[in-house]
Design a protein around this ligand. Sequence first.
Ligand code: NAD
Ligand code: IPM
Ligand code: MN
Length: 347
Amino acid sequence: MSRKIVCLPGDGIGPEVLEGARTVLEAADKRFGLGLSFENHDFGGIAIDKHGDPFPEGTRAACEGADAVLLGAVGGPQWEGGEVRPEQGLLALRKTLGTFANLRPITLFEGLEHLSPLKEDRAAGIDLLIVRELTGGIYFGKRKEGETHATDECAYSAEEVERVARIAFKAAQGRSGRLTSVDKANVLASSRLWRRVVVRMQAEEFPDVTLDHMLVDAMAMKLIEAPAWFDVILTENMFGDILSDEASVLAGSIGLAPSASLGDGVGIYEPIHGSAPDIAGQGKANPLGMILSAAMMLRHSLDAADAADGIEAAVQAHLASGARTADLGGTAGTGETAEAVAERLGS
Ligand code: NAD
Ligand code: IPM
Ligand code: MN
């Protein structure tokens, strides 16, 4: 059986970290007999340059026919201010595949406590999962852009809230049974709807989950004060974008944070970081967020939990050995990091 993985390297460090994930997936394939096949397609800024479109038709068809999509990152200064932006391709991809739930786990790995910007006793025990709504809200509302006025509409339907909340409630059931829903219900109508739906679902479908609510501004503070208190965090599209970057740094570096974007069809797996133009082309990007995204792909889309566990254990052992890329204060390169993880997997 062959499982087709469509790879979208994208821009900046995207191709570098994706290459690293491929090295590790090939080692996992050898060890676990996964039958993986890989296909690269243009996406993001590079696709604008080659085809005038960040998400060309050929790429779209390939993604729709894939077992899973692995994505590096898109964007960069050379495409800023243009008619069409690489980031529009990313939003179109998420919408096309209907990946409404974005899972962003943030864990403080053993031995990295001192790399957190927090005091070690505050950072200890960080192990949380952000469930970010991904295909609605202000990212996809009506947009008007004039010289002197601009509008971005933030709209949610009850159904959009329900389907992502269900994933978060279920995740909480499989973890500590605690869910924190984050909104801005003291100001926004869309947040009040969000809160009503979540409250009703807890009463009707998930009475075993302990639910609390937090306003997003207080959440930004509490995440720094007591990050280990949180387990599953459910929030809308833009709040989830912001809070996940914040949380990632508390656990050492954004370069370590993976994600899975899930819906009813093909899943997308990408690190939460961007194309990092400041370090692109230097071979020093941390590939571990991308590699851990590949592990999430094996677990969620390819029914290969053993191989996913194997990759995660190899990453943990690699970090415990003291090897570090520049973002973690070391000198190891992207390729050598991926090869070291692949080697551990093979042994
Ligand atoms: P960024 O995440 O690219 O970089 C922020 C900082 O983190 C930089 O200092 C960068 O060097 C560092 N960093 C990020 N990933 C790293 C890694 N793997 N290893 C080591 N260091 C890493 O965010 P930005 O600079 O605000 O955005 C750059 C471009 O990326 C923009 O065009 C933005 O729109 C785009 N972007 C794309 C995605 C995506 O494709 N999913 C996500 C975020 C941002
Ligand atoms: C992310 C990114 C994207 C987002 C951008 C590049 C559109 O920041 O995946 O976190 O905001 O969703
Ligand atoms: Mn982001």
